[in-house]
Ligand binder design. Structure first.
Ligand SMILES: NC(=O)c1ccc[n+]([C@@H]2O[C@H](COP(=O)([O-])OP(=O)(O)OC[C@H]3O[C@@H](n4cnc5c(N)ncnc54)[C@H](O)[C@@H]3O)[C@@H](O)[C@H]2O)c1
Ligand SMILES: O=C(O)[C@H](O)COP(=O)(O)O
Length: 473
């Protein structure tokens, strides 16, 4: 959808928030509920063409509706509930039609890696102001569409990276010793004591593709086991320990005994490991993928393992992952499933890299705190798709103070027009920043009463550059 249509849709349909700020309390032990008197209001289309009275309705913190999908951890649920928000919690993701029904109603949605928030879904989300990805990856969200429509997106950039790194260490040893096969054989009643093609990992080379939060932690753990580490990354990065960056993916594939992928899903990383890359790997080497299912071409992996080029593999991520637990391989999408499952020395796990108690608990806290700060104070620190804007502690709890949040198109002349509107008032502090096509302005003003706030809101909304206006008071 173009920016122009965005504006017209917003003017006609979007509900914008003018919510009472309640201050931020992220501790479940010290809830900050609104009181009946601490109301604000939400308006729809409070612009020149639509009278505010037609669209005004009561608004309070208890009116904030949050939908949490995919079994978001209790820590996050507690923090959000402690704010007095209405929290609906589901253990699974939702199919698109049900997601569209539910998302129409909510101001905040919390998801993990399975829920696809595409432009098609988001255009139905008329009340949505913020998305929390309770995970690292944000490839499941159309970040640009969200930003262009004033919807901030937060994630947890590193809370599960240690969990993933530890899983990979376990898999390296398991593959080198064919543990999966020996265990399966024993479960089937067969004693098969072999040393042929079973190895120590000491002295072997680990090749890490993507030396970010996970890749770099893994590097340290692998060296502690006596492995040599090489890594390939599109950014020049200092290696930890004695690890070395190599210039090309081909360099890495030619040196590594174990190759492990830790890149985000991007157009350039889709099928980054395919037939050509398997040919460049050492004969008898191993492949691990716990990044995204699109990064490795599975039919090419099957071929490489059948030919003996690749001696083992561990996959934690797949194309077309299911919404919840249950049957997976019996569907028409994964035509390679039976071939994959029939291979020897292949570890198949259901996307559990970040699934530890420690990681999920930390993610729940981190992302829900960011959501509360955004809803209550408009703070965008850590946002993935918006400029990061913060102002020192709020004074908007005071009766005649308000915080203006104006998300707008990043085009010349907007600040002048906004400041013409704000200039009649006492602007205590103000900050603005931009990211790509979107800019975010935050201003704290004092000596304003409720009618003035409504007037400010209408005037800001009437500017052609506006994406979303929120006034917290
Ligand atoms: N299996 C799981 O449960 C699980 C858990 C966490 C993260 N993940 C996945 O792992 C990915 C990596 O996580 P992270 O926290 O290390 O991310 P990160 O952003 O910290 O690091 C990614 C690294 O990849 C590099 N990179 C990007 N494009 C590249 C390319 N084309 N070639 C080489 N390097 C490239 C980046 O420069 C960066 O250094 C996440 O994006 C997510 O998709 C999976
Ligand atoms: O992006 C991530 O953090 C991982 O892929 C884990 O995703 P999950 O929270 O859906 O398990």
């Amino acid at each position: 959808m173009s920016s122009a249509r965005n504006i017209s849709v917003s003017q006609d349909d979007l509900i914008h928030q003018v919510s009472r700020s309640l201050g931020l309390s992220t501790s479940p032990a010290a809830p900050t509920h609104s009181t009946p008197s601490s109301f604000g209001y939400a308006t729809a289309a409070a612009n020149a063409n639509v009278t505010a009275s037609k669209h005004l309705k009561p608004f309070a913190t208890e009116d904030i509706k949050i939908l949490l999908l995919e079994n978001v951890n209790q820590t996050g649920r507690d923090i959000l509930a402690s704010q007095g928000y209405q929290v609906e919690f589901l253990k699974t993701s939702l199919p698109e039609d049900q997601l569209i029904q539910k998302i129409r109603d909510v101001h905040v949605i919390g998801i993990r890696s399975k829920t696809k928030l595409t432009a098609r879904v988001l255009q139905e989300a008329k009340n949505l102001i913020v998305i929390g990805c309770f995970c690292i990856g944000t490839n499941q969200v159309d970040l640009k569409y969200a930003a262009d429509h004033g919807i901030a997106v937060f994630n947890s950039p590193f809370s599960n990276s240690r969990s993933v790194a530890e899983l990979i260490i376990g898999e390296i040893i398991a593959l080198a010793r064919q543990l999966g096969d020996r265990s399966n054989e024993m479960h089937a009643g067969t004693w098969n004591k072999v040393s042929n093609k079973c190895w120590e990992v000491r002295g072997k080379t680990l090749g890490i593709i993507g030396y970010g939060h996970i890749g770099s932690q893994l590097s340290v753990l692998a060296e502690a086991m006596g492995m040599s580490v090489v890594y390939y990354d599109v950014v020049n990065l200092m290696g930890l320990g004695t690890s070395r960056q190599v210039d090309t993916l081909e360099d890495l594939l030619g040196q590594a005994d174990f190759v492990t992928c830790h890149v985000p899903e991007l157009p350039e990383t889709v099928k980054m490991i395919g037939q050509q890359q398997f040919e460049q790997m050492k004969t008898g080497s191993y492949l691990i993928n716990a990044s995204r299912g699109s990064v490795v071409d599975i039919p090419a992996l099957i071929q490489a393992m059948r030919s003996g080029k690749v001696a083992g593999a561990a996959l934690d991520v797949y194309p077309n992952e299911p919404a919840g637990n249950g049957d997976y391989f019996h569907n028409d999408l994964n035509t390679w499933a039976n071939d994959l499952r029939s291979l020897k020395n292949i570890i198949l796990t259901p996307h559990i890299g970040g699934s530890t108690e420690e990681a999920q608990s930390a993610i729940g806290i981190e992302v829900s705190q960011a959501l509360v700060k955004y809803v209550n104070e408009g703070i965008t620190l850590g946002a993935c798709n918006m400029p990061e804007v913060n102002l020192r502690s709020l004074t908007i709890d005071e009766p005649d103070h308000a915080r203006v949040i104006y998300i707008h198109q990043n085009v010349p002349g907007v600040l002048r027009r906004v400041n013409e509107i704000l200039g009649d008032h006492n602007v205590d502090k103000q900050m603005t920043d931009s990211k790509g096509d979107v800019a975010y302005l935050m201003a704290d003003i004092s000596n304003v009463d409720t009618p003035t706030i409504k007037d400010l809101y209408s005037r800001l909304e009437s500017l052609s550059s506006r994406i979303m206006t929120r006034i917290l008071y």
